[in-house]
Design a binder for this molecule. Structure first.
Ligand SMILES: [Zn+2]
Length: 191
C-alpha cells in the first residue's frame, strides 16, 4: 500500500468506527473525540514505515524494511501509552495514533509475515532480503501496481469524505451556536 492509501483508508475506517461502534461500545471515547484525532490516526497509519524505513537505510542494510515498527509489540506499546495519556489528560490523540498503527499492520497484511508480526515470540530475527531492484525501480513498480493504485484512489476518496464531513459538522454547529446566541440576545433586548 502506498502512503495515501494507508492514510485515507485508515482515517476512513477510524471515522466509521467512531460514528457507528464508537457511540455504543466506546461512548466515553466518542464524546472526547476531537477532529484533530483524525490527524493522529493519519500519522499513526504511517508510523511503522516512518520507524522502519530509516532504520533499514541507516542500520540494517540487508534487512527487510518491515521490522520493529511492524510488530504487534510496537502497536500494543502504543495502545498502552495512548490509554495512559487518555486517563491522564482526557485526550484521545494517543489512542488514535495507536489505532492508526494497527491499521497499517492490517493493510500491510502482516499476518503473512508472522516472524515479524509476533516478534520476538517466534524466535529469530527479522527475515533478511536481498532485492535486486533499485529504490527508484521499487517506487515505479509501486506506482504501477493496480492493487496499490486502487487502494490509493479509495484512500483519497475516503479522506475527502471525512474532511468534508468534519468541516460540514463544524459549520452546522457554528450556525446552531449563532442562532442560539441571537435568540438569547433578542430575548434580553428591552421592549
Ligand atoms: Zn509498512
Amino acid at each position: 500500500m502506498n502512503p495515501i492509501g494507508h492514510i485515507g483508508l485508515t482515517v476512513g475506517a477510524a471515522f466509521v468506527a467512531n460514528q457507528v461502534a464508537g457511540r455504543a461500545a466506546f461512548g466515553s471515547i466518542h464524546r472526547r473525540w476531537h477532529p484533530l484525532s483524525y490527524v493522529a490516526v493519519g500519522l499513526g497509519s504511517m508510523l511503522p514505515d516512518l520507524v522502519d524505513k530509516p532504520l533499514a537505510l541507516l542500520f540494517l542494510q540487508d534487512a527487510a524494511t518491515r521490522t520493529y515498527g511492524h510488530t504487534l509489540l510496537f502497536s500494543i506499546a502504543l495502545c498502552l501509552a495512548g490509554l495512559a495519556f487518555l486517563l491522564a489528560s482526557g485526550r484521545t490523540y494517543g489512542l488514535a495514533l495507536a489505532g492508526g498503527s494497527l491499521g497499517h499492520l492490517a493493510l500491510d497484511a502482516m499476518w503473512a509475515l508472522p516472524h515479524v508480526l509476533y516478534w520476538p515470540l517466534l524466535g529469530g530475527g527479522f527475515p533478511r532480503v536481498h532485492e535486486d531492484i533499485s529504490f527508484l525501480e521499487m517506487v515505479w513498480w509501486a506506482l504501477n501496481d493496480p492493487v496499490r493504485v486502487a487502494g490509493d484512489m479509495l484512500g483519497l476518496l475516503a479522506l475527502a469524505l471525512v474532511v468534508a464531513w468534519v468541516v460540514a459538522e463544524k459549520g452546522i454547529k457554528r450556525l446552531q451556536r449563532d442562532a442560539r446566541h441571537r435568540a438569547v440576545t433578542t430575548e434580553n433586548e428591552p421592549v
